[in-house]
Design a protein around this ligand. Sequence first.
Ligand SMILES: [Zn+2]
Length: 274
Amino acid sequence: MPELPEAESIGRALRRALTDRGIVRVEIFSPKMRTPLAPLEKAHLEGRTFTGVRRRGRYLIADLDDGRGVLMHFGMSGVVRVESESVPRRKHEHVFFYLDNGLIFRFECPRRFSLLEVCDLSAPGKMPAKLAGLGVEPLSGDFDGNYLYGQSRKRKTSVKCFLMDNAVVAGIGNIYTAETLFAAKVRPDREAASLTKKECHALAECAVSILTQAIADGGTTIADFRNVDGSEGKFVQHLHVYGKAGEACPVCGNIIQVIRQSGRSSFFCSKCQK
Ligand SMILES: [Zn+2]
C-alpha cells in the first residue's frame, strides 16, 4: 500500500504533468470503487483546468480552477499514468481525463480500494473536510520528539500502532514504521506510554530522515506500487528489517524476527531494539 513517500513521488510527477492543463473530456468506465465515481460530475469537470497538485498524508488533491479539488487515495493497488491516446485502455483503468495537450490522465485500480472524487474546498488551497481528522505531517515543523512524547502519554497501544495511527501522524504505514523503529532502536511491541523523551526524539528524527531518503528514491516497490512513469521505487535497497524475517540483522547479525500486530507483520531485531 502506498505510504507517504510513494504518494509524494506520484504527487510530484502529477504536479508536473497536470498543472495548468485543461480537461477536455472525462470518461468513466467503471463506477464501482471504494466510493462511487458518480460524484466526479463528469460535466462539471469538462472545461476546467488543473491549477496544481498537493499531498496530505497519503492523499493527493489535484486543484481545479473553480476552487474544487479532485481527491485521490491509492488504496492497495491504485496506479495513475499520464499517457498518449495511442496506448489502449488497460482492463482496470476506470477513469480517463483527456487533457488539452493530447495526453490522458488515467486512473487504474485492480482491487478497487482507491478513492477518486471531486470535493469542495472551503477556500482555494484549503483541505477537503474528509481529511480534517489527519494528524501532523511528519515532514512539517509541527512534528518532533516533543510532539510524539506528548501524544504517547497514557497510550496503552503498542509503539507500532501509535506511529501508524493517522490521527497522530499522517501517512506512515507498515514499511516506514518498521524501518523507523529499527533505526531508533525501539521494539514495535512496546507500550507507547513507556517511550522516554529521548526515544521520542530518536523516533521523530529517524522517521524524518527515512521518509526523506525514501522520497528521493521514488518510494518503495514491494508489490504493486509504480510511479507515474511506470518506474519502481528504489528505497527497497535501503530496507533494513521490513520483509527480512529470518535474515541477519545488518547491524548485529542476529536473526530478524517477525510478529503479528493488528493483523500486520512487524519485523525487528530483538538485540538492537529494546
Ligand atoms: Zn540487530
